[in-house]
Design a binder for this molecule. Sequence first.
Ligand code: PLP
Length: 439
Amino acid sequence: MSHIFPRHTKSAPPTVARGEGVYLYDQTGKQYLDGSGGAAVSCLGHGDADVTAAIKAQLDQVAFAHTGFFTSAPAEALADLLIEHAPAGLERVYLVSGGSEAMEAALKLARQYYLEIGQPARRSIIARRQSYHGNTLGALATGGNMWRREPFAPLMIDTSHIAPCYAYRHQQAGESAEAYGLRAANELEAEILRLGPETVMAFVAEPVVGATAGAVPPAPGYFKRIREICDQYGVLLILDEVMCGMGRTGTLFACAQDGIAPDITAIAKGLGAGYQPIGAMLCSGAIYKAIEDGSGFFQHGHTYIGHPVAAAAALAVVTKLTSGGLVGRAQAMGETLQAALADAFGQHPHVGDIRGRGLFRGIELVEDRESKRPFAPERGIAKALKKATFEAGLICYPMGGTIDGKNGDHILLAPPFILDDSHVEEIVTKLETAMRQVL
Ligand code: PLP
């Protein structure tokens, strides 16, 4: 009997034995194309010798030293490299062990910032329905996915949620993409005014919505207007790039394509590319200065923040991403993937939308294309597709609850940036097989 507490207690997963390039292999030797990089993690694929060598070299130097006493060379170099490529104004990097931790740090830093500058009434967080920011209680409260939140709602801090920017379902007939983007963004202003601007601390959003929605990009101009509103009311803009960041959408930071910079951003997943558990929160110079000039201490921390081995791995990953042309490759191969998906499924009676940026692509499934009616949740389409694709030797990320946390289904694709045309073909063929079986 296994003593592991698995994700699903009623079905034991196979044991992973090894990984090479875009493929994983289980203990029986069965091959799986990692079409979602796990959950948008493995941007470099499996078995990258440079990252492994960096980890080994760091282990030979020193594995761990507590940040209460020391900083480390890989942590310093990683912070320098991230800031060199970060959106304007971001100046400091706080290294943690994953995405939820990065979001918790972001929320607590926002709160402490307002305490330091003498605005203690600012405590409200506004986020969006159809979003996921992590599974720890603060991050879970911030996310808008009802299915994930519901059981734990009694334990959560108050947050409010506005509509997502979701053109496929919310852009009206005859409305331009720009007009829709403006209308969606203006919901933030209405919510700030409803709560009282002096009480609002932060607005939180994923630039391209991942797990809960299937790579939904913002409408043109949406984030420009969001930035304006945040500035007007003194509300901090926190962008969650845990899934869409680190080159996944074709630029190292996803928000670069929307021409804005946040006050705080969270990254993880692709930062360690799966070689080590690591995440980071980046904040503006102004926020850092408020702490520096005030208490001089960010009242937060975990034992493993700034872990030298994790930092060494991430330094090797980000070095490869920023100097090896891989982010450009994610952009180009993303176009190839989008075209192949459109070719194979563009006219499929149960495919409503194919969308995304770079190698971050989503397919929204519907029962009826014309009315965009989703499948009834009881049909468990996403769950069945996950099983069928896995059996066909493809790892992808089908999820239910696309529309409101309860209704709708989508498939998320986020393959390693090293994939080539033959892998794109293999993804499409295996998806076709699974979709034929399930739909
Ligand atoms: N934020 C986003 C956008 C995510 O997609 C995730 C994970 O899927 C998280 C936060 C939480 O990250 P982690 O699972 O590393 O804690």
